[in-house]
Ligand binder design. Sequence first.
Ligand code: PDD
Length: 286
Amino acid sequence: MTRVVYVNGRYLPYAQAGVHVEDRGFQFADAIYEVCEVNGGRIVDETRHMDRLERSLGELRIAMPMSRRALGLVLREVIRRNRVRTGLVYLQVTRGTAPRDFPFPAGEVTPTVVCLARRVDDARRDARATNGIAIKTLPDIRWGRCDIKTVMLLPAVLAKAAAEKEGAQEAWFVDPDGFVTEGASSNAWIVERSGMIVTRPAGNAILPGVTRRTLVDVLDREKIPFTERPFSVDEALAAREAFITSASGTVMPVVAIDKVPIGDGRPGELTRRLRSIFHQAAELSP
Ligand code: PDD
């Protein structure tokens, strides 16, 4: 349960936390966000999340609303006030409030900053990892700058709903050439029968996941072979293992894609190992 939300300099009770009706985040999705894992009360990979936040803001020409240090203090205070030990902290920055008009507002507009934190049911997430998740594939109907973490998430919302309808927990977007781009809210990976791990290279078609980046460190450290190249749905269906990565699930095994079992239909051995060692390579904030 979220009890306290940070909104533009104030820590407000959940029921009273709101932004203006002409906030550009609300009207145009003119906003970016970050989701960080909270593990033992500490923020996982804060530096990389802040790097991506600054980059996303820069791409949209929204000013950093405050220093990284100040943002870090807000994250910590929200985590503390909501007594989150295991969960997520969400940070959103919009261009701010201005009379509705498409061009950037003239003059100084103060960005809107919202931060909330929420507990995650550890046991439920672990159960999900033990069972593995099912994927539904869908055409990627998103825009050409998926590398920017904007709140323009309607295709992801629709994809998740379509997946849920078929008993799947995540959707994988597929480009016009039949290659998987990424999950609706995760990066997509497979393990070939040879043992080679494959994930799509960073670029405009996917969000450069922080979990993805840290997992690459894990693979380097453990000398596990991996390659960054696009893979097709057919390759995924023939893979030995598959998994997704995100701040909300770290490394999550995939056991079925479009109702076809992957490998023996159970979470793969390598995936389980990567899940168990992931946090060894992650940065845990003080
Ligand atoms: N989603 N790709 C997309 C489209 C995402 O929305 C996310 C994260 C990722 C994984 O990125 P990271 O490892 O930095 O979490 C990839 C977050 C968790 C969300 O929207 O809730």
